[in-house]
Design a protein around this ligand. Structure first.
Ligand code: ADP
Ligand code: ADP
Length: 230
């Protein structure tokens, strides 16, 4: 049973036709990696899945909730869909712990104690609990990205979107972030859509690889089919 359905999605930025009938169906618990050249619409497509981006034609539905132009379902969608960006997007004036407890406290109405206990567990899971009291600026890029993953998970989303999560990192930090994502993928249950150029990750972790070019998906295959030489 699909949890994400995108059908014939069209998006124009002014006169620029960025999505030209993109299609993607993702099953519950599936890990899908989207690859393709820069500017091919990968980011735009996944941003429609949490209503960060509107679209003008087609249909997107998330766990049975249809996204529509009047944006009435935005809150429900945002609770179900966590997102990790290329540029961490942490709040610089909040500590690591505060970054992770913020949304649970104000959106999920957790008590401060509950939110903190859950946040520390998540920070432990991403291997960064010792840094809980620090500010983002005191951490490496890889550590900040792991905080960003913990922050998204704190909302207990059903779906996690990753938009080039390692592209802004120094090479030595890419591994630690991919390892956290891999553990999450292998833990089962989490539906993940990952835009990345990391072929090794796609090959090892993806259930399915989608290739986008020119605002549409041009090929879909299992990693094995996808990466085997013709
Ligand atoms: P990808 O993620 O595959 O690199 P994007 O989805 O970021 O591609 O962008 C697809 C195309 O849409 C690119 O040509 C990009 O320049 C354009 N685009 C993205 N965002 C905007 C925007 N806010 N305004 C105008 N054009 C945009
Ligand atoms: P990504 O790494 O997600 O592909 P980009 O570097 O393409 O991001 O874009 C970063 C931001 O700039 C996004 O918010 C995107 O919407 C915006 N953007 C991208 N291309 C254009 C463009 N041609 N005109 C205006 N805004 C753009």
């Amino acid at each position: 049973e699909p949890i994400i359905i995108a059908r014939d999605v069209h998006k124009w930025y002014g006169k620029f036709h960025a999505l030209k009938g993109a299609n993607l169906t993702v099953s519950r618990g599936e890990v899908v990696v989207i690859m393709g050249p820069s500017g091919s619409g990968k980011s735009t497509l996944i941003r429609t899945f949490n209503a960060l981006e509107s679209y003008q034609k087609g249909k997107v539905s998330i766990d049975g909730i249809e996204l529509s132009d009047d944006l009435k379902n935005i809150e429900a969608i945002r609770r179900e869909v966590g997102m990790v960006f290329q540029q961490f997007n942490l709040f610089p004036h909040l500590t690591v712990l505060e970054n992770v407890t913020l949304a649970p406290r104000w959106v999920r109405k957790r008590s401060p104690g509950q939110a903190e206990t859950e946040a520390l567990q998540l920070l432990d899971r991403v291997g960064i609990v010792e840094q809980a009291g620090k500010y983002p600026g005191q951490l490496s890029g890889g550590q900040q990205q792991r905080v960003a993953i913990a922050r998204a998970l704190a909302m207990q989303p059903k779906i996690m979107l990753f938009d080039e999560p390692t592209s802004a990192l120094d090479p030595e930090m890419v591994r630690e972030v991919l390892d956290v994502m891999k553990t999450l993928a292998k833990s089962g249950g989490m539906t993940m859509v990952v835009v990345t150029h990391e072929v090794g990750f796609a090959r090892e972790v993806a259930d399915r690889v989608v290739l986008m070019d020119g605002g549409i998906d041009i090929e879909e295959a299992t990693p094995k089919e996808f990466f085997q030489s013709p």
